[in-house]
Design a protein around this ligand. Structure first.
Ligand SMILES: CC(C)(COP(=O)(O)OP(=O)(O)OC[C@H]1O[C@@H](n2cnc3c(N)ncnc32)[C@H](O)[C@@H]1OP(=O)(O)O)[C@@H](O)C(=O)NCCC(=O)NCCS
Length: 214
């Protein structure tokens, strides 16, 4: 993560951590041992489920190894590079590793990253990504992140995907709050959050922090 979330982190007195391709902010105290201090040790709690979420345009599913080339390509898309955190290593092997580690992040209840694919039967191409992470169980709060593949933008994909996952997270995971940060130079991203019902919480230094409360 380069700059996203940073002002929200500062505003909240939180520190950012890396979670593969996406990161966010967590309590300083959690940086040392996230699992132990997240109030939700993996040994005591089941892995995060992959929810069965289907909208008019998109269905959300887990990442599979076959998606690695699309993920590696997304990491080189100029918009995605500008506005989200992409890893320094954007190779196919790195994308394969990121996908393999998604299972561990879910097992450890740190994050949940899903692929948006068309709802239409028989279609499975990657339209975009939507995820929660890090999840701060002690604060019942999660950071939301998303991108839509270059050729698929402007059709409501992100709005539906973020809406589906947000509603589910507040309900099924019993979170109190979802947060996201946009740059003022990225109006489509703010439009997505606004359409889903997020409210602008803080605006500072060209960054906007958004929150959606249960
Ligand atoms: C931001 C992003 C995810 C939006 O994806 P998308 O599938 O095109 O989003 P949607 O079609 O659901 O909605 C786009 C919204 O942006 C609006 N929009 C598009 N271009 C715009 C512009 N230049 N100015 C203002 N609004 C704009 C659209 O009108 C739409 O809003 P509406 O539903 O109120 O009409 C996509 O552009 C993207 O992947 N960007 C790079 C990664 C990124 O920025 N991720 C978010 C990090 S915070």
């Amino acid at each position: 993560m380069t700059h996203e979330y940073v002002s929200y982190c500062l505003e909240s007195g939180l520190e950012r951590i890396d979670l593969g391709a996406r990161s966010g902010c967590v309590d300083l105290a959690m940086a040392g041992d996230r699992r132990a201090q997240n109030g939700d040790a993996p040994s005591r709690r089941p892995p995060l489920p992959v929810p069965d979420l289907v909208g008019e345009k998109v269905r959300l599913r887990a990442w599979t190894a076959d998606d690695a080339p699309v993920l590696a390509a997304a990491w080189t898309d100029p918009e995605i590079v500008s506005w989200t955190g992409v890893p320094a290593d954007r190779s196919l092997e790195a994308a394969e590793r990121w996908i393999a580690l998604e299972v561990e992040r879910r097992r450890d209840r740190l994050a949940l990253d899903l692929v948006a694919v068309p709802t239409r039967p028989g279609e499975d191409r990657v339209l975009g990504e939507v995820g929660l992470g890090p999840i701060q169980w002690d604060r019942r709060r999660a950071v939301v992140g998303y991108w839509t593949a270059a050729g698929e933008r402007g059709r409501g994909i992100a709005t539906e995907a973020v809406g589906l996952l947000s509603d589910w997270a507040l309900d099924a995971l019993a979170l109190d709050e979802l947060v996201a940060e946009t740059s003022v130079g990225n109006p489509p991203s703010a439009a997505v959050l606004r359409a889903v019902g997020f409210e602008l919480a803080v605006e500072r230094d060209n960054r906007q922090a958004w929150r959606l409360r249960a």
